[in-house]
Design a protein around this ligand. Structure first.
Ligand SMILES: [Zn+2]
Ligand SMILES: [Zn+2]
Length: 451
């Protein structure tokens, strides 16, 4: 809401009205409690039956069936296993809310009675343990609760609600696949896209907002270094790719420390090195996998160029006769939170969770493919939801330790408060946006640029 600045008393009234409106848009505890058993049951089921990225067949079926029975018009198999659920409610904007469907190849060690014991085959046929170690099960449970409340309270909003279940977020490919499969052409193109992520960085019951850049650009690289194999006792007859790889790894660590401007965010991590099979054989090639994280596009370009330069120069220094192959095989842009949207949606979040439970935080370092939706010209609002047991969170803070992060085998959100808060937050945000007109939202988010 725009409050004119000319008259103090009028301005106060205006602010008061905005907060009263937000309060009216937050769901009551009774509304959340009424859908909680369904949401919680889905959570337990999904947590015990996780599926790997791109293989979320049963997960998608379960979510689709429940959304259908909540009254939504559901389409399955959008961009693989993706689910699109639409609820039309008269004239108004189209607002999209997204959950991910996939779990991770992690062996759960939480010891919870509902811990996952699932093993599954990945694309290459390897048998892997599977766990919802990123909390996507909680996101799906929240979206179900939210879907039911929104369907039962159509007098509180108008427009089109579009809920999507996105596959393969962990491999940063599912959002792109859904877009390519007509997410914004076969279905209404949203005026705003919303998503949340649960984590242990905040206690359950809280949420944080990050206006502007929310997380990092991510780039995955593979470098293959070509040497010349031979007998381990006769290095003079070989070009050792392991030595070249070792030097390359160390040189790569000077990019952020020596080339990037101090204070700019940049991470270069070599996550694996594969070379050789036996102690007395010098292999003929070495391969390494790298992840690069940045906030800014110019820093991203600088680092990627430096990696290629260093890899080539180290290979040349080691006498390699063939240039190394540097491949960027996947990547995603940072998620950009429209600042005006972030500001607008603070009031409904505060109304849903309590004023002191909504804080502002700086960007985080993990990455997300939600940016693919934003890149289509849809302004986005992506916020963080507290998942930590408040007692354990306070203990960890006092002792200077950290609770297990997302992707840890020990990651376990405090489900009851986190899921209650997730549903309340989503409903409040959706009702707020679905009480605006599309024109008002467009005007507010201004020009839609790629960041
Ligand atoms: Zn994750
Ligand atoms: Zn995640």
């Amino acid at each position: 809401m725009n409050c004119p600045k000319f008259q103090l008393s009028f301005q106060l009234l205006c602010v008061l009205f905005a907060s009263l409106t937000a309060a009216a848009q937050a769901p009551t505890a009774k509304e959340v409690d009424s859908v909680y058993p369904d949401a919680h049951a889905l959570y337990l089921d999904l947590h015990q039956n996780p599926e790997l990225s791109g293989h979320e067949t049963k997960t998608a079926e379960k979510l689709a069936a429940r959304l259908r029975s909540a009254g939504y018009d559901v389409t399955e198999h959008v961009g693989g296993t993706g689910v699109v659920a639409i609820l039309k409610n008269g004239a108004g904007p189209t607002i999209m809310l997204r959950t991910e469907l996939d779990a991770l190849p992690v062996e759960e060690k939480t010891g919870l009675p509902y811990a996952s014991k699932v093993h599954a085959k990945d694309d290459s046929g390897r048998d892997l343990p599977v766990m919802h170690a990123c909390g996507h099960d909680l996101h799906m449970a929240a979206i179900l609760g939210t879907a039911e409340i929104m369907a039962r309270s159509k007098n509180t909003w108008h427009g089109t609600l579009m809920l999507i279940g996105q596959p393969a977020e962990e491999t940063i490919s599912g959002a792109d696949e859904m877009v390519k499969d007509g997410l914004f052409t076969r279905f209404p193109k949203p005026d705003v896209a919303v998503a949340l992520h649960v984590g242990n960085e905040l206690p359950a019951g809280m949420a944080s907002i990050t206006p502007g850049i929310y997380n990092t650009n991510a780039d995955s690289l593979r470098i293959t270094i070509y040497g010349k194999g031979g007998h381990g006792s006769m290095p003079q007859a070989t070009i050792d790719p392991i030595v070249i790889a070792a030097r390359t790894i160390l040189s790569l660590q000077t990019i952020v420390s020596r080339e990037v401007k101090p204070g700019e965010m940049g991470v270069v991590t070599v996550g694996y090195v594969h070379a050789g099979l036996k102690n007395n054989i010098i292999p003929d090639q070495a391969e390494m996998g790298i992840t690069v994280r940045t906030y800014k596009q110019d820093v991203r370009k600088q680092i990627l160029a430096a990696i290629t330069r260093i890899a080539k120069a180290e290979a040349a220094a080691g006498g390699a006769t063939r240039e190394p192959l540097v491949e960027r095989y996947e990547g995603t842009d940072a998620v950009y939170n429209d600042p005006a949207l972030a500001e607008r949606l603070r009031a409904p979040l505060e109304a849903a969770l309590g004023k002191k439970n909504v804080i502002t935080e700086g960007p985080i370092t993990p990455s997300e493919d939600f940016s693919y939706f934003i890149a289509q010209g849809v302004p986005g609002f992506y916020f963080s939801l507290g998942g930590a047991d408040p007692g354990k969170y306070a203990e960890a803070k006092a002792s200077g330790t950290r609770l297990p992060s997302n992707h840890s085998p020990l990651f376990a959100p405090d489900v009851d408060p986190a899921l209650h808060a997730g549903i309340a937050a989503e409903v409040a945000v959706l009702r707020n946006l679905l009480n605006a007109s599309a024109e008002e939202l467009h005007k507010m988010t201004g020009e839609r640029t790629n960041h």
